[in-house]
Write a protein that binds this ligand. Structure first.
Ligand SMILES: Cc1cc2nc3c(=O)[nH]c(=O)nc-3n(C[C@H](O)[C@H](O)[C@H](O)COP(=O)(O)OP(=O)(O)OC[C@H]3O[C@@H](n4cnc5c(N)ncnc54)[C@H](O)[C@@H]3O)c2cc1C
Ligand code: SF4
Length: 456
């Protein structure tokens, strides 16, 4: 789809040429061809104060880009999209459009199908990438230098905007590849890692510098960057998978869902042959990561995939449309249940003991033993990621950084933390939302930084 082949990119460890398991997945929303795109675009009635724009965290001028597709100006459409959201390709593929732009489309009130905004956005941006179109140039150099920590969507959007404003931007990333969860976490039936990397290459060409294998708190300290740069952006996202301790959870087949998904996406499939041989798996949790994980396991052909969630279906934080798709694909859901112990049967199989849960009048959960057991070959915990609020060593000796219920506190208008030189955004500050929120936060912080560096 892109004019840039993966092996021509600037990333040091660009996925290699070996097959990866994520390549087994087909896109669950197919792309549109030119006729389909123009026909769909011409259904849009270009609403005044369009609700779809208001529902988009990056406020893309949706009726404008749709109008441009309708009139055959596809490059112009892509420009409209990327002006507001430089990760417009990822967002077209991975945004929950059902609850954002498309969820707000007026056609719902007219009892018609909403406009396929996500698929039109994909059509426009893919066309632009195929033609090799470039829409952005770096701004007039200001001589100011900004360091960004973490190469996820928040930092990438911030770095891109900083370059357009003429500031130098250097990204410090602990992993070998850029993109954060956009490269390592998005379900492969929505977007593949290579697509994320190609998109980031467009950002790199604006002169953003990347330093890989650089981990805050291990290979460098925050104070060093605060001293040597004019401003610092923290885009660390969230930490590793976390789950309550359960007896037997040290079994090698009991794992974190985010870690498992990242392996599925980026490791050669030859190192994951055991995954193809699985016959049964259990996913614990009721959020979007649980729904992604169970659908991915089913997509790999595992016959029995169960989800155990400690509350009822109505309380699941995962999207209803994803839940319905998982049901259709044959995932079994067990509500008001929790695993309470894991007993190793063999190296490859685990007996899981479940209890029933009851929600008390104050909303807390009590556990009622039922003595029910199930044997599975893989358990994935999708019960949340840890946050950095307790990682005191990361922010040692830096005044002004405060957390509120696990989220780093920032000024909501500028992204500035309590330390005037440090800005932030994305999952680190919102506790874990979507790619599009991280992009919006990163862009906002770039303008906050610009204001301080130029006028402050
Ligand atoms: C399994 C999963 C599936 C998801 N699916 C979707 C989806 O379909 N659609 C959607 O819109 N959103 C999805 N999300 C959410 C989305 O991926 C995140 O909201 C988004 O990536 C947050 O961006 P970020 O830049 O804040 O953080 P991240 O993407 O987490 O990036 C943070 C970066 O910081 C780096 N880092 C961390 N610590 C350090 C350190 N000490 N030193 C240096 N670097 C460090 C990390 O390696 C990473 O590259 C999903 C999330 C998960 C977990
Ligand atoms: S709400 Fe729907 S019909 Fe109205 S401008 Fe947006 S996409 Fe077009």
């Amino acid at each position: 789809m892109s004019s840039i082949p993966l092996d021509k990119m600037s990333w040091p460890d660009t996925l290699g040429h070996e097959p990866r398991l994520e390549e087994d997945f087909q896109d669950f929303k197919a792309g549109l061809n030119e006729i389909e795109a123009e026909t769909e675009a011409n259904r849009c009635i270009h609403c005044y104060e369009a609700p779809c724009i208001q529902a988009c965290p990056t406020a893309i001028n949706i009726p404008q880009f749709i109008g441009r597709i309708g009139s055959g100006n596809t490059l112009g459409a892509a420009k409209t999209i990327l002006e507001s959201n430089i990760l417009g390709h990822s967002c077209a593929l991975s945004c929950p459009t059902e609850v954002l732009c498309e969820g707000a489309c007026v056609y719902h009130h007219l009892n018609h199908k909403p406009i396929m905004i996500g698929r039109l956005q994909r059509f426009a941006v893919e066309h632009a990438y195929k033609t090799g179109a470039k829409f952005f140039v770096p701004g007039e150099p200001t001589g100011k230098r900004v360091a960004l920590i973490g190469a996820g969507p928040a930092s990438l959007a911030c770095a891109h905007e900083l370059r357009r404003l003429g500031h130098e931007a250097t990204v410090y990333e602990k992993s070998a590849l850029p993109g954060g969860l956009n490269s390592y976490g998005i379900a492969p039936y929505k977007m593949k890692t290579g697509v994320s990397l190609v998109e980031i290459e467009q950002i790199a060409t604006l002169g953003v510098q990347f330093k890989f294998g650089e981990e805050l708190g291990r290979t460098f300290q925050l104070s060093e960057l605060v001293d040597s740069y004019n401003a610092v952006f923290l885009g660390l996202g969230l930490g590793p998978d976390s789950h309550p301790p359960i007896p037997g959870d040290d079994h090698p087949r009991v794992r974190g869902a985010v870690e498992f998904i990242s392996q599925l996406k980026t490791l050669p499939s030859a190192s994951l042959n055991w995954v193809r041989e699985l016959r049964s798996a259990l996913v614990v949790g009721g959020g979007n990561t649980a729904l992604d994980a169970c659908r991915e396991l089913k997509g790999l052909g595992i016959p029995s995939v169960r989800v155990s969630y400690r509350r009822g279906q109505a309380e699941m934080s995962g999207y209803l449309h994803e839940f319905k798709s998982a049901l259709q694909e044959g995932v079994e859901f067990h509500f008001n249940t929790v695993p309470v112990s894991f007993t190793s049967r063999t190296e490859n199989s685990i007996q899981v003991e479940f209890s029933q849960t009851r929600i008390t009048h104050d909303g807390s959960i009590t556990v009622v033993p039922t003595g029910s057991f199930v044997e599975v070959e893989l358990v994935l915990f999708a019960t949340g990621q840890s946050n950095f609020s307790k990682s005191k060593n990361l922010f040692a000796e830096i005044p002004g950084l405060e957390f509120d219920r696990g989220k780093l506190k920032i000024d909501p208008n500028t992204g500035q933390t309590g330390n005037p030189k440090i800005f932030s955004g994305g999952d680190l500050t919102n506790g874990g939302k979507e790619v599009v929120n991280a992009v919006s936060d990163g862009k906002r912080a770039a303008h906050g930084i610009h204001e301080v560096l130029i006028h402050g």
